[in-house]
Design a protein around this ligand. Structure first.
Ligand code: CA
Ligand code: CA
Ligand code: CA
Ligand code: CA
Length: 427
């Protein structure tokens, strides 16, 4: 009898503990999205971090992520108890971007030893302010510490009671998205300058988007709104001031400033007072993802860029593993996984851009590697839609075979190690 009461008591405590922990974990902190690459692709895990105050040193941030070459995006809200000016400090090794109230306050996306940056904003008591942190670790030590200081708040990590998790950026920055209404494919890249966005879009087989009608603009705004407040599009007057063209076709769609005129047959959606060529140097348009309206901006500013593709694009994971070192004559296996392909999928593996005869399955196997097998492996994936993609490269390194130790040799080595340890202990 006593024992069963005790058991029920323990169970109740455990249940209460689990419920409390669960409830806390859900409502306080920032949503962390953990990626297996430095550029926020290959989402491996999401969790709520009660604080963003980490010194991982040389360790992995969580199981399933390497000690190097990872990235994390935290989204959510910070709600202060008192109104006033708050300073946010962020110390990072390596790269970091910090947004407060949708404005990019720190943009230091580069390799670096732990470096402190700060930004000040005015916050209102009880009003949630959107916060987002992008972080990546290249190699070596890894640190990301977020602190604040303000009215009634001495400098320190932000306590979880002031943090609420956000929706995250999910797959919006990772994948091509097909618009079912027009059959076009879109991907968000950046943040980067307009020219860098154009170059990357073309390298991907697309172009900076042409917004042909209100439906397309609205669909894009809704899709990418969780990632940023604005993104560059293909509209620009770089070649001739006041002559606005779409980069994809070179066709003029607008002449002049805000009081200018549209070219008949073309859709426009300028914000009021735009384009204004502010400071005489705004020559590329961005789409406000919050409203769907357009504004001209200096081309050297860094923004996300929307790539549009007429060619079908496939999303995939891998190739996995991304890097492999093998001894001569070991077996090499590398796999790619398409995401939600349509119908039958075809694969063609390449080594250093040369097709591999018989390499036509999702998994490529080389049974006994030679030095000639070292190199870069990519795969062309095609499904039954017009979509096709050449994957990122997996790298194989082949090293000399180490002589195998015999059983007797291993036994001798074990004895030697035991004797050395015993001697060390005695000394
Ligand atoms: Ca580092
Ligand atoms: Ca379009
Ligand atoms: Ca201009
Ligand atoms: Ca403007």
């Amino acid at each position: 009898m006593m024992r069963s009461i005790l058991c029920i008591g323990i169970l109740c405590c455990l249940l209460e503990y689990l419920l409390t922990e669960d409830a806390l974990a859900q409502t306080e902190g920032l949503l962390g999205e953990y990626y297996g690459t430095v550029n926020m692709t290959d989402l491996r895990a999401t969790r709520i971090d009660s604080q963003v105050f980490f010194n991982w040193e040389y360790a992995a941030p969580l199981p399933g992520i390497g000690v190097d070459y990872f990235s994390i995006c935290w989204t959510g809200f910070v709600t202060p108890a008192q109104s006033g000016t708050y300073t946010f400090y962020i110390t990072s090794d390596d790269g970091v971007r910090l947004w407060l109230d949708e404005a990019l306050m720190v943009n230091q996306w580069k390799g670096q030893a732990p470096t402190e940056y700060s930004a000040s904003v005015t916050l209102e008591a009880g009003q949630p302010c959107p916060i987002r942190i992008d972080y990546y670790e290249n190699t070596g030590g890894a640190v990301l510490k977020l602190e604040w200081e303000g009215p009634g708040q001495t400098r320190g990590a932000i306590a979880s009671e002031y943090l609420t998790p956000g929706a995250g950026i999910g797959d919006r920055l990772l994948y091509w998205h097909r618009n079912p209404a027009n059959g076009q494919y879109y991907k968000l890249i950046g943040p980067m300058t307009w020219a860098a966005g154009k170059a990357q879009a073309e390298a991907m087989g697309g172009y900076l988007t042409t917004i042909n009608n209100a439906a397309e603009g609205q669909w894009l705004a809704e899709l990418f709104r969780p990632v940023s407040d604005a993104a560059f599009i293909g509209a620009n007057d770089i070649a001739e001031e006041g002559t606005w063209v779409w980069d994809q076709t070179g066709e003029t769609f607008w002449n002049g400033l805000a009081d200018g005129t549209p070219v008949p047959g073309f859709y426009t959606n300028w914000n009021s007072g735009e384009p204004n060529d502010s400071s005489d140097d705004e020559d590329a348009a961005m789409l406000y993802l919050t409203s769907g309206l357009w504004n001209d901006l200096n081309v050297t500013r860094e923004r996300y860029c929307i790539v549009e593709s007429d060619i079908g694009q496939l999303n995939y994971d891998g190739p996995s593993p991304a890097r492999t070192t093998l001894q001569l004559e070991d077996a090499y296996e590398v796999t790619v996984t398409p995401r939600q392909p349509v119908g039958v999928v075809q694969y063609q593996w390449y080594k250093d851009n040369t097709p591999i005869s018989g390499g036509t399955l999702a998994k490529l196997i080389v049974f006994q590697v030679s030095y000639e097998d070292a190199g870069l492996y990519t795969c062309q994936i095609t499904d039954e839609t017009p979509a096709t993609v050449r994957t990122r490269a997996a790298e194989l390194t082949v090293v000399k075979k180490l002589p195998a130790l015999s059983v007797t040799g291993l036994a001798c080595l074990a004895t030697l190690l035991a004797v050395t340890a015993a001697m060390r202990k005695r000394a």
